[in-house]
Design a protein around this ligand. Structure first.
Ligand code: SAM
Length: 285
């Protein structure tokens, strides 16, 4: 362990005042003001010294310092220039050795390169972009092998949901393409400043050792998933008619050849089912 002094509620207020930062909803700025919470996130992610972690949206540094406390190195991607500029100084003032933290000033939705090739993702995600940002990271950084993120409870439940559940949908299936996702604890809204009006959960993921399919198959599968859930109440032979041969009759044949009932709805299909349909679609030209 590296002796690092974590941030408390008073430190967060002082830093925000110094930077003249008023947290904005647009950037999902709810800062964690409780050391136990950030330590719990880092423990859940099983971060150890010697690892390289990527953090999305480090903000004032609450979670960043808890990761650095383990001795791990951090690459942190922050969109707000005032926060990105202050973070190295905060780390140095609080006992983080030189070279352990790299801050990248960039929109995490479009970042394509990360210093140090991180293998672990740990983040308290900006809530308005949590799913697209996660999917961008899973797609763009295949070396990421596991992680823990804090998200809005409803989003976390969706990510971890399986077929048949009411909240199962496109995010659940697309996340499942990359590996296994599970709920890993709840977080009180009172550990944030400002206090958000939603509850939060931790979600843990482990990347699958082998990808579910090829990149081309992923594109086809995701397109079918989007179509199936855009018209959630429709049977697949209707919802997918345009993509599978142009008519409900032709779509039924292709669905059957994939072992999927044409009268089923997207919410009852597993990722393997959608992939089988994508493969049948490719085979039938
Ligand atoms: N990690 C800090 C904590 O736990 O206290 C802050 C978390 S706060 C929920 C989200 C952070 O993500 C903010 O610092 C915000 O500026 C940043 N952020 C918002 N949108 C972003 C984006 N598209 N790319 C990178 N950072 C972003």
């Amino acid at each position: 362990m590296t002796p690092v002094r974590l941030l408390g509620a008073a430190d967060i207020r002082t830093l925000a005042a110094e930077l003249d930062v008023t947290p904005t909803k647009k950037l999902g700025q709810n800062f964690v003001v409780d050391a136990n919470t950030v330590r719990k996130i880092v423990q859940t992610a099983r971060v150890t010294g010697g690892e390289r972690v990527v953090e999305i949206g480090p903000g004032l540094g609450s979670l960043t310092l808890a990761i650095l406390e383990t001795g791990a190195r951090v690459s942190a991607v922050e969109i707000d220039p005032r926060l990105a500029a202050r973070l190295p100084q905060t780390a140095a003032e609080r006992g983080v050795p030189d070279g352990h933290l790299e801050v990248v000033l960039h929109d995490a939705m479009t970042v394509e390169e990360l210093p140090g090739d991180p293998t672990v993702l740990v983040a308290n995600l900006p809530y308005n972009v949590s799913v697209p940002v996660l999917l961008h990271f899973m797609r763009t950084f295949p070396r990421l092998e596991r992680g823990v993120v804090m998200v809005q409870a409803e989003v976390g439940e969706r990510l971890a949901a399986g077929p048949g559940s009411k909240i199962y949908g496109a995010p659940s299936l697309k996340a499942a393409w990359y590996g296994a996702w599970r709920l890993a604890g709840t977080v009180s809204r009172h550990v944030f400043w400002p206090v958000p009006n939603v509850d939060s959960v931790l979600v843990a993921f482990e990347r699958a050792e082998t990808p579910a399919g090829t990149l081309k198959e992923r594109e086809r599968t995701f397109r079918l998933i989007d179509l199936a859930f855009q018209q959630r109440r429709k049977m697949l032979r209707q919802a997918l008619a345009g993509a599978l041969g142009g008519s409900a009759a032709r779509a039924s044949e292709i669905l059957e050849s994939a072992g999927v009932a044409p009268t089923a709805r997207g919410e009852s299909l597993s990722l393997a089912d959608f992939l089988a349909v994508a493969r049948a679609q490719a085979a039938h030209g």
